[in-house]
Structures are given as structure tokens and as C-alpha cells.
Design a protein. Structure first.
Length: 298
């Protein structure tokens, strides 16, 4: 029973919550603000399953980071809500409408997810190669454990950069407010699945979707070892970029996480907000463990 729960958890969680959101907003034309309590329910379920079937029991223990991560989540989700509220205003300014409004809502949502996934993946890839983008993105890599709230631990300026790369092109095509609202909800749910401390075993679907087993490897602290698995939803972009990576036989722990060359990276909220604009000291990058090299599979 447990084996099947862990195998089906990710697809049922994603399709269940996103499907409910799409039904409520797209079919029932319900108020999109009701997606906020639905997202809270998704987070509570994720945290419960983390306690029942954790990938690493130690990840469930606070590292003095819970208050900071809650603050990151509240600020960044609040910014998302405000930006989604501006979608009708932007739509009113556009002199064109290229969005396929005649498509079923589910098809429009899938188009939005694929388009946003491509744009955010490319922006994520660039954030590991362009100095000023990395300084903003490094906040997200300051984690020392993997659990659900990590997905929203971002510098607000970097979240804005990701939105420009992933969502602005869709808005310029005329993506309507209901699709934008459910897209934002779907991204938040996917971030929970990427960062959760759940011993999920998604099987073949895990080769198509960037869920926790793959995304944990993106947080490796060994220099360029973490320059892999940039995708938000799908692994196809990483396969095209040559950055898809898996190490199914390796047990990742807190010792593997963080920014290897900056072990003293700020851990408090305001320190992380200021970190991109400070000259932080750097040291040598720690070597990759031999066990990880042996377990690697691209």
C-alpha cells in the first residue's frame, strides 16, 4: 500500500489540485481568490505526507529557517497575487488578441504551462551563467534541507525576472486572467512537488517530470554539479540543453546542500535580501563525493 502511495503521490497531487483549480475557475467561473485556501490545503497535505513518509527525517527538523521561509513564501505569493490582479489591466492595453480563446480551458492551461515552463527554464539556466542573475538566484540555493517551503524561498527580484521570462510572453499574447490565475496556482503546486521531503517513487513519470527526486540534485553544493535539472515542470528542456541528470542510487543529505564556495551565506531573511548587493567572501568548492559520481546517470 505504501509503495503505491509513494508511486502515485506526485501525479495524483498535481492533477488533483490543478484539475480542481481548473474546474473551479475555468468551468464554474468561480472567484480565483478561492485558489489561495486551496493552495493552503495543498501545502498542509504536503507537510503531512512529509511527516508520514519523509525522504530524510533530518529534513523535517528546523534549521532555524522556518520563520525565514514562511516570510519568503508570504512575500513572494503576495507579489504573485498582486501581479495576477493586473492581468485584466494589461489585457485592456493590448491592441491585439492572439491567445486561442476558442480552445477548451484545459487546452489553454496546458499551452500556458508549457510556454511558462520553457521560459522559466531558460531564465533559470541563464541564472547559473550570468553573474548578476546568479547573485539574485543564489538565495534559493542557500537551503540546507529540502522541504515544501523551499520552492518559494526566492529573492523577490529573481522571482520577477523569472516572471518576465516565463509569463510576460504569454500575457503579451493575450492570456486571459482565469488562465493566468490557474497557471500561477499550478506553478506553486509544482514547486511543492519539486522541493518536498517525501520519499516519492514516481517511476517512469519521474523521467518526464522534474519532481523532488531529480530537483534535489539541482541543489548540490559541489560547484557545477548542481547545474542540472533546470526545468520547472518537464525534463524535455533539460534533455535538449544537455543538463538532464539523475543519480537514483545516491542518498542526498544536508551535507550535500547549499553553496559550497560560500558556506557562510546569510541565513536570515533580510540578510538574504541584501546578499546580492554585498561582496560576500568565497572559498574553495568542496569536491564531489565519489559515491555521487558512481551513481550518476544522464
Amino acid at each position: 500500500m505504501k509503495r503505491w502511495i509513494l508511486r502515485l503521490y506526485a501525479p495524483v497531487f498535481l492533477l488533483g489540485f490543478v484539475g480542481t483549480a481548473a474546474w473551479w475557475v475555468g468551468q464554474r467561473h468561480g472567484d480565483a481568490l478561492w485558489l489561495l485556501p486551496l493552495l493552503s490545503l495543498a501545502a498542509l497535505l504536503s507537510f503531512l505526507v512529509e511527516q508520514l513518509w519523509p525522504y530524510d527525517v533530518c529534513f523535517n527538523r528546523s534549521h532555524g529557517d522556518r520563520g525565514r521561509d514562511v516570510l519568503h513564501a508570504l512575500v513572494n505569493e503576495g507579489a504573485n497575487v498582486l501581479s495576477i490582479g493586473l492581468v485584466p489591466l494589461l489585457a485592456g492595453w493590448l491592441p491585439w488578441q492572439w491567445w486561442p480563446l476558442q480552445w477548451p480551458f484545459a487546452a489553454q492551461l496546458l499551452l500556458a504551462i508549457v510556454g511558462a515552463d520553457l521560459g522559466i527554464t531558460l531564465m533559470h539556466y541563464a541564472s547559473h551563467r550570468i553573474g548578476w542573475l546568479w547573485r539574485l538566484h543564489a538565495v534559493h540555493h542557500g537551503v540546507t534541507r529540502m522541504y515544501g517551503l523551499n520552492g518559494l524561498m526566492k529573492h523577490p527580484l529573481h522571482q520577477a525576472v523569472e516572471a518576465v521570462g516565463g509569463v510576460l510572453p504569454l500575457l503579451l499574447l493575450g492570456m486571459p486572467y482565469p488562465v493566468a490565475a490557474v497557471l500561477a496556482f499550478a506553478i506553486a503546486v509544482q514547486l511543492l512537488l519539486q522541493h518536498c521531503n517525501i520519499a516519492m517513487r514516481p517511476g517512469p513519470l519521474g523521467r518526464m517530470m522534474v519532481w523532488a527526486p531529480r530537483h534535489r540534485l539541482h541543489h548540490l553544493r559541489y560547484g557545477r554539479a548542481g547545474d542540472v535539472n533546470f526545468g520547472l515542470f518537464f525534463t524535455v528542456w533539460d534533455r535538449l540543453l544537455g543538463t538532464a541528470f539523475d543519480a537514483p542510487g545516491y542518498r542526498l543529505g544536508s551535507r550535500d546542500l547549499g553553496i559550497g564556495s560560500q558556506p557562510d551565506y546569510p541565513r536570515d531573511y533580510f540578510g538574504q535580501l541584501l546578499a546580492p548587493f554585498r561582496d560576500l567572501s568565497s572559498g574553495d568548492t568542496p569536491p564531489m563525493p565519489a559515491a555521487l559520481t558512481t551513481a550518476a546517470r544522464r
